[in-house]
Design a protein around this ligand. Structure first.
Ligand SMILES: Nc1ncnc2c1ncn2[C@@H]1O[C@H](COP(=O)(O)OP(=O)(O)OP(=O)(O)O)[C@@H](O)[C@H]1O
Length: 290
């Protein structure tokens, strides 16, 4: 890994960081601010209009380099927040800012990782990442080198020329993470990235993400249905229910972390029990997978 393109350097705001513009400097690079956010979906069904209030006056902030998870029952509005932050969906009211700038559409200051990595099956691992760099406007001469660097960071050295169909689900998700990191965003938005993985791959990926986060120190907003996953990974957990934030729980566990050590710590179990209780009281009786 070259110093010139080290992810660590990118995370602290180097000259390629789009949030380092004069306007961006007004607020710390990578901070997220969500204020009074509401979203009502409107669907026309025949002659009827159906309205679903997915978010109702949601406010929270995420500090630069903080890892915050959002947990809550199915349908409580988690993905809606993520889509608005990614610039893929307009809110009904309220504001979202990243690095002090209003989100007005997708941008290379935010890297997104979803449950399905959506890789191009006919392209190799490296070429999938190169494609994202091309869309992000990275100069051609730099794309391949940077793609290889991030494929290495997620532990896929030696698999650069494989096609997605030749990889396990966990390895494909690593490519998705490499692709999001390679554009060197200040913020990572992760919507149930490990939701489709088997239990063993999921726990491995949690350890990998802990390692990658320690190395890159991105601001991360992470959606999960798993209480254990939220506690192991996060600095703070937001508990959602019925379109509102019902609780904001600091995770006071030491870093650097490993799952193995954390799960032997009584404080981890205490936090998991607290979250379970809070989710139970979060005002939504729809079934939770947590
Ligand atoms: N495009 C849409 N049109 C109409 N209603 C929608 C749309 N997208 C989501 N909704 C509704 O908005 C509410 C919140 O959905 P959202 O996907 O944000 O929840 P979620 O907490 O992410 O759920 P899950 O955990 O199951 O992914 C749900 O009632 C859902 O049915």
């Amino acid at each position: 890994m070259t110093m010139e393109h080290s992810p660590v350097r990118a995370a602290i705001g180097d000259d390629r960081d789009p949030a380092s513009s004069a306007e961006g400097l007004a607020s710390p690079s990578g901070g997220i601010e969500v204020a009074g956010l509401s979203k009502t979906y409107r669907r026309v069904v025949g002659r009827e209009i159906s309205l679903t209030a997915a978010l109702a006056d949601v406010s929270f902030s995420v500090a630069p380099q903080e890892f915050v998870s959002v947990i809550g029952p199915s349908g409580c509005g988690k993905s809606t927040i993520m889509k608005i932050l990614a610039g893929l969906l307009d809110p009904t009211s309220g504001s979202v800012k990243v690095s002090g700038r209003p989100v007005e559409g997708p941008g290379i200051d935010r890297g997104c990782v979803f449950q399905s990595p959506g890789l191009m099956p006919w392209k190799t691992v490296v070429d999938n990442v190169v494609l994202a760099l091309e869309f992000a406007g990275v100069p051609k001469r730099e794309r391949r080198r940077r793609a290889k660097e991030y494929v290495g960071l997620v532990g896929l050295d030696g698999f650069e020329r494989h096609h997605p169909g030749e990889l396990s689900g966990g390895m494909q998700q690593r490519v998705g993470i490499a692709r999001a990191l390679a554009i060197e965003p200040v913020v990572l938005l992760m919507d149930e990235p490990f939701g489709a993985l088997d239990a063993l791959s999921r726990t491995r990926m949690q350890d990998e993400l802990l390692r990658i986060w320690e190395q890159t120190k991105k601001t991360v907003l992470f959606i999960t249905h798993s209480i254990e996953e939220a506690v192991v990974l996060s600095d703070r957990v937001l508990v959602m229910g019925n379109g509102v934030i019902a609780a904001d729980v600091p995770i006071d566990l030491p870093r650097p972390r490993s799952r193995h050590t954390l799960l032997a710590d009584p404080r981890t179990l205490e936090l998991m029990r607290d979250l379970e209780r809070l989710i139970g009281h979060s005002g939504d009786d729809r079934e939770s997978e947590a």
